[in-house]
Design a binder for this molecule. Structure first.
Ligand code: SAM
Length: 457
């Protein structure tokens, strides 16, 4: 169905740099839909095992690719293995913004404040060092599950998923080196992909979004270190949600604008806010191979006198016996700390232990590190997270399935298996783990998480 772009939106964009009404409207009328993915550098796979037809690289991303067509990702077992994330190309520019402003090889504490479903978080995790920590937060409870699912599939051990309101981060003054605010917005940048969103758009909603964006930023900025990096982005074209926010941050608060280098042929438009000439970067769908997007970066010039020491919460370490049980499942040489968490055991990189204690006293943690599973009578019932993570030993008994049987496994249905192995077996497709099964003498029990199973035939 064809929807007309809102006239008040088009009018409001007339004087904005880079806006060209004719080609902008045309780009929304042509059915030129783009699909792009970003591959997971920790999960090595062969493109021929996936359903992907790669067209070309996303120019501003080290691991992003455009596809020739949109396949059914649901029917690609490698998608469920976390081999790649389906992400809109413009937003992958976050990689450049981070690389140009922080040394990603050092140990950083990064907050992704508005994180669900996890596109920016998985990008950030792939970029930062293994000695860095990413706090991936989502305020809306019902959206935290999909964030947990996507970060679990990504297989990382240095992500903490939290479910907090931005103002809760005031309990962590000056804590983060980097804060990314991919703010909720009026969504005009996605009109081409999702024409139904046009009906939801209104002038009033843009004003409301702009106010909400200011509130979110004001609430979270105290938790940024002096000198730290603040990245702000939206998928809206509206000035009030973009450059006006940059003006507000640089007038009302002590933030400096940061210029980002772009290649001319990328066609990203650099704008300046009216009052303070703060830089912003606009992605127009008639100029770039991507959807509408805005991003800007700032340096925190605030000094906080209030450097009270942060509270910590005591963790319950697991017993030596339990540690021995867990060690059988993980790669030797890993330096990990294990803790009890409800009925399960959690593994963290050693360096995170203190940070987890601090975060736990301030935030509601939904998931942290790698859930190993539960120990019953000195035996580990391995969790799905362990199967997805690179902590798992590489000599676990494994069954390799072909594509049809891999899909049967993911549907939680019976699949062909004629092996002789008994006990816990890792199910793989195309060299990547899909999950566990437990083989008994007369049947195989499927341990793929029921809530993630696929229904597609
Ligand atoms: N960063 C995500 C990604 O790349 O996959 C997309 C984030 S989306 C643009 C904005 C998120 O902000 C949504 O998940 C939404 O639930 C959340 N949100 C809504 N209201 C919020 C608020 N008042 N404070 C913080 N986050 C909010």
């Amino acid at each position: 169905m064809h929807h007309q772009l809102p006239l008040p939106l088009l009018d409001s964009l007339q004087d904005i740099k880079g806006f060209d009404a004719g080609s902008f409207i045309q780009s929304h009328e042509s059915n030129n839909s783009l699909t792009s993915i970003r591959i997971n550098p920790t999960k090595i796979f062969d493109f021929k095992d996936a359903v992907l037809q790669i067209e070309e690289k996303v120019p501003w991303s080290s691991s992003g690719f455009y596809l020739n067509e949109r396949p059914s990702f649901t029917l690609d077992p490698l998608f469920h293995a976390g081999a790649y994330y389906v992400q809109e190309a413009s937003s992958m520019f976050l990689e450049e913004v981070l690389k140009q402003n922080v040394d990603v090889k050092t140990s950083l504490k990064v907050l992704d404040l508005c994180a669900a479903p996890g596109g920016k978080s998985t990008l950030i995790q792939s970029l930062i060092s293994t000695e860095s920590l990413l706090v991936s937060n989502e305020v809306i409870k019902t959206r935290v599950n999909v964030l947990s699912e996507n970060t679990t599939k990504w297989g990382a051990r240095n992500i903490v998923v939290t479910n907090n309101d931005p103002k809760d981060f005031q309990r962590l003054p000056g804590y983060f080196d980097v804060i990314v605010v991919d703010a909720p917005c009026s969504g005009s940048g996605l009109f081409r992909k999702d024409p139904d969103a046009i009906k939801e758009w209104s002038v009033d909603n843009v004003a409301l979004c702009s106010q909400r964006q200011q509130r979110i930023l004001a609430d979270v900025m105290l938790s940024l270190k002096p000198g730290g990096l603040l990245v702000y982005s939206t998928c809206s074209y509206s000035y009030d949600e973009n450059e006006a926010i940059c003006d507000w941050l640089t007038s009302e608060y002590n933030f400096n604008t940061i210029k980002i280098n772009t290649h001319k042929e990328w066609n990203i438009v650099e704008t300046e806010s009216q009052k303070n000439h703060a830089f912003g970067y606009r992605f127009y769908p008639d100029k770039v191979k991507g959807e509408g997007f805005f991003i800007a970066a700032f340096q925190n010039r605030n000094e906080y006198s209030n450097t009270k020491s942060l509270n910590t919460k005591h963790q319950t370490k697991i017993s030596l016996q339990q540690t021995t049980t867990l060690s059988k499942w993980i790669m030797p040489n890993e330096v990990l700390a294990f803790f009890n968490w409800k009925d399960d055991c959690i593994a963290f990189p050693d360096f995170v232990v203190n940070e987890i204690s601090i975060l736990q006293s301030a935030l509601y943690i939904k998931k942290a590190g790698v859930n190993m599973g539960s120990i019953i009578r000195d035996e580990l019932i391995p969790s799905h997270e362990l199967a997805m993570s690179d902590l798992l030993r590489d000599d676990i008994d494994t069954i390799e399935l072909d594509k049809e049987n891999a899909l049967q496994y993911l549907r939680h249905q019976s699949f062909e298996y004629s092996g002789l192995g008994k006990g816990w077996l890792l199910v793989k497709y195309g060299n990547l783990s899909l999950g566990f099964v437990k083989a008994m003498s007369n049947r195989v029990n499927n341990y793929y998480p029921k809530e993630w199973r696929i229904f597609n035939k």
